[in-house]
Every structure is written in C-alpha cells, then in structure tokens.
Design a protein around this ligand. Sequence first.
Ligand code: NAD
Ligand code: 13P
Length: 426
Amino acid sequence: EQRHKVTIIGSGNWGSTVAKIVAENTKEHSDLFEEEVQMWVYEEEVTIPKDSPHYDPAVGDAPQKLTNVINKCHENVKYLPNIKLPANLIANPSLVDAAKDSSILIFNLPHQFIHRVSSQLKGHILPFARGISCIKGVEVSDEGVALFSEWIGDGLGIYCGALSGANIASEIAAEKWCGTTIAYDPPPMDSSRNPTPRTQTPSRTHTPSRDGPRDKAAELSITPLADMQHRDARGRASKTRLTPVPVEFPPLDHETFKTLFQRPYFRVRMVSDVAGVSLGGALKNIVALAAGFVIGQGLGDNAKAEIIRVGLCEMLKFGKEFFAETVHPDTFTVESAGVADLITSCSSGRNFRCAKMAVEQGVSVAEIEAKELNGQKLQGTSTAQEVYSFLKKQGLEKEYPLFTAVRDIIEGKYPTTDLLSLIQDD
Ligand code: NAD
Ligand code: 13P
C-alpha cells in the first residue's frame, strides 16, 4: 500500500506551526503518511544575531538563506522563533519540487500571495491530490466572492477543504491546548471507493522520498477524471471534475485528516460546512480590527463584547445572504472556527493588537504592521477592503455597518472615534 506524502505550502507564523503539528503526526502514523514532510519556504535571507543559540562564528553576520537555517537548526528563526521543529520537516525553496508527488497539500500563507503560488503549481501536482486551506480570507473578483478552499480547488482541479479555529499560532507552537475545526466534504467517490475497513498496521520501514526521482502519477493506475461533479459553497455544480484517490492509498476521509492534524494539544472537530468554516476565519479578522479600535480608545470589555456581538450578527447575515445553500449557522455559534475564533482574535490576535496600537499611537494600521510584525502579514485590512468592494457592487454595504465602518476607517474616511456612531442604528 502507498502512503500519502504531505506538503505545507507556506512557512510563516501559522504555516510553520501547522507544519510542526503535521510532521509530528506523520512520524507517529507512518502506516498512512510518508514520514518526511516538505514545507515550501518563500526564500529570503536572514542574519543570526550574536546572542542567538544558532549563531555560528564561522558564518558571523553574513546573511544566510532561511531554508538552510531551518534545515540546519530546525527552527524558523524569523517567523516562529524559539520553537523546535521536527527533524522530519524539510524546508524547500522550490514550490514545484516541494509539492511533487504529494497527495496532501496544505495551503497556509497570507491570502495576498496565493494567486501566484497557485498559478506556479498548476500542472505540477498529482491529479488525485487533495488540499486543506488554512488561509483566513476570501477571494473577491468580478464574479463575486469565493472561498479560498474552492478557488484553490477549482484552479488546480483538486478538492480542497478548510481548517480554521481559535488558533493563535504562538500558543499552539508552545503546545498550549486548543480546538480547531476542519471542514472536508468531497464528492462521495472518495469515501465509497474503498469500503474495506482500514487496518491500523504498525509503522513500516520509511523510504525517504529523496531516494531517487519518481513519478507517482505514472507509477499508479489512475482512473481518468471521475464523471462526478461537486457542488460549490452556493450549491452550484462546480466546474471541477475530480480524479479519485487510487485504491493503493489510504482513503482521504475525515478519519485520515483527523489523524494528520490532531495532537494532544490541538483538538480537531471534523465537519462538512466548508463555507461556514472558511467565512468564519475570514470575516472575524474585520471584527478583530473593530475590537482593537474600541479598546485603543480606552473603552472596556463591555464595548468589545458588543463589537463581537454585532460582528457575529454580520457574519451570520453574510453567510445566510451569499452562501445560503450550504452554510450552517451553527458553525458560527458552536464551532471553534466561529465564536471561539472571534473571542481569541479580539483578545490577542495580530489584527486586534495592531488596530489597538494604531489608535494609541495615532498612526495607520499599515504603519504598525510594517513596524511591529517583522514580515508577518495582517489579513483583516485587505479582507475589509475586499468584502466592502463586493458588498458595494451588490448595493448592500449599508446593511453591514460594522464591516463597512472598519473599511472606511482604514481608508481614512472617518476617525476611529466614529466607529460606535457608525454602527449604532438609531
Ligand atoms: P505570516 O503572517 O507569518 O506571513 C509571513 C509569510 O508570508 C512568510 O512565510 C513569508 O515568507 C511569506 N511571504 C512574504 N512575501 C511573500 C510572497 N511574495 N510570496 C509568498 N509568500 C510570501 O503568515 P501566517 O501567520 O503563517 O498566516 C497564514 C494564514 O494563516 C493567514 O491567512 C492567517 O490569517 C492564517 N492564520 C494565522 C494564524 C496566526 O496566529 N499567525 C492563526 C490562524 C490562521
Ligand atoms: P491574527 O491574524 O489576527 O493574529 O489572527 C490569528 C488567528 O486567526 C487566531 O485564530
């Protein structure tokens, strides 16, 4: 039986944390997964300070490639400092090489960069690969608003689910307990193609993927494109026709994905509501900015709780209005990807912290982002713009006063002190 090779596409603060989780699990479940996990790194040069345990006098202050440092020190010194990464996690600066032969692709990078990455991957992945998007954002184009899971899936001709939750990366990297939600709902062929119950065999000898050039797709007898269509988040028949996962592989179902992601400190709930999970992760970032604006003005927890309540109402309305066919309102109210993520993001998320600092220091959120985040990227500011431009096209921006007010404040149209009056309806 074949095993799944896993690649993480992205290596930022959350990308490196999820890579750590997944590499810990592939090592423990070598009956299902190849032990070695590839992590694509957007290459850059870093300088190791003298007081760092990774400082090498032979190298001194000379800039070094981040991938070399990660592979030598097993630490992402720039985006996830002071966290030991598993030795079976390999940083790779080549996107195509990192994704080669992988049947599980985990997309985890700021949403601003997914377009280029996706176009570079096109034609270079296994046709039967499946994806999980950990990206918190939405894709807005002339055609409307789309979920990144769907957008990636359609673009690459694969099925892609979504992972989102109350998941501040630094806490999880330090193995502090939390929950998350994974939504995965492919057409029935994946689960029905292999009805034999899976036997949990002990670890087999690991064959490193570097042993020599292989072409998995050519080696396997892959059924041509399944004559089966998937329904998208709005219930429309998707254009994507999927290639079934070959029977030689363990099925790519809820059980396999739970095994890949769950750790004692990272508890996974598997659901089918991809639209709810994706929208929860994207829209809460706008609410977190609003919470930062009110706390930055010196208001208290009561005001923040009211912002969370109004934000949750707008999230529910957005889901019902634009994804009515598939979104389950419960996802927003009972899952980690909904209310729990709102709470944590409005307490210590980067969007919240940067918005608060921006008000306190009287500068823009973008200035704080550039000054404080050492290359990490906020998602809320661009998501606020993107959601606004979509709502405006529909003539509905006034029906989402909180989302619209956040966008207007970021644009400099109103001062942050106007936020409360902009969301009060009388
Ligand atoms: P990050 O904010 O740390 O962003 C930095 C990453 O962007 C680095 O890997 C950098 O190499 C990469 N990058 C910079 N320029 C690039 C370019 N031109 N092309 C490609 N990559 C480039 O990223 P993150 O925290 O890993 O966030 C990824 C996603 O996960 C986001 O959608 C975020 O909302 C979500 N998320 C983040 C957290 C968190 O606590 N950090 C938690 C849950 C979800
Ligand atoms: P920030 O990007 O605002 O840090 O939010 C992180 C997150 O999504 C926590 O669940």
